[in-house]
Design a protein around this ligand. Sequence first.
Ligand code: C5P
Length: 224
Amino acid sequence: LGGGPLSGRHVIVTSGPTHEPIDPVRYIANRSSGAQGSAIAAALRDLGARVSFVTGPATAAPPQGVDVIAVETAQQMLDAVETALPADAAVFAAAVADWRVTGAAAQKMKKGPAGLPQLALAENPDILAAVSAKGADRPSLVVGFAAETENVIEHATAKRLRKGCDWIVANDVSEGTGIMGGTENAVTLISADGAEAWPRDSKAAVARKLAQRIADHLSAGQAQ
Ligand code: C5P
């Protein structure tokens, strides 16, 4: 009981898409399944971590044995992450919608002679960047994801610096890889030390490897 290299550690994981309402019945969303996020939360749990799993409306089931905080919008996801802090590490695997609709309608919008509705968009908060920029409350390890379709390492390396996170898990989601919505993933871990390509493997195996790296990193930090 209570064993595992992450016992006593708290890790926040975001997962799934977000839904941004247009009116009470319509929303903007994306095709994220939440599969990789669920696998990461399960792998962290298996190493003994207490996991706060902040998930948008994903199709993948949340794992057992984690604290599930279900949200819909990016703003709710940010609020839930801030409420879950402090944490030793945070992994931002969610596919957060970049934009929300400003002034979402309180009632269902109707077709009619007035013509087409005009949707105005506003930029959503960047949860990864916001948490990376925190002071005393910043987790000692902040991990982001980068789904790219070209120049994967170059773009992900720039993203790591722009977001202020410690690691970026970069993956090539270009057509033909079968990664988006698939069961496998091929990632490159980008850190201050450079880029390390991992062999293509199941999302569960990639999650276990990442969880083990997080455990190694946190225990190395403790030893210093
Ligand atoms: O900028 P981009 O969306 O490609 O960055 C991806 C990374 O940033 C992922 O880790 C994602 O979870 C995180 N992100 C976020 N909040 C946003 C947009 C992205 O946490 N609004």
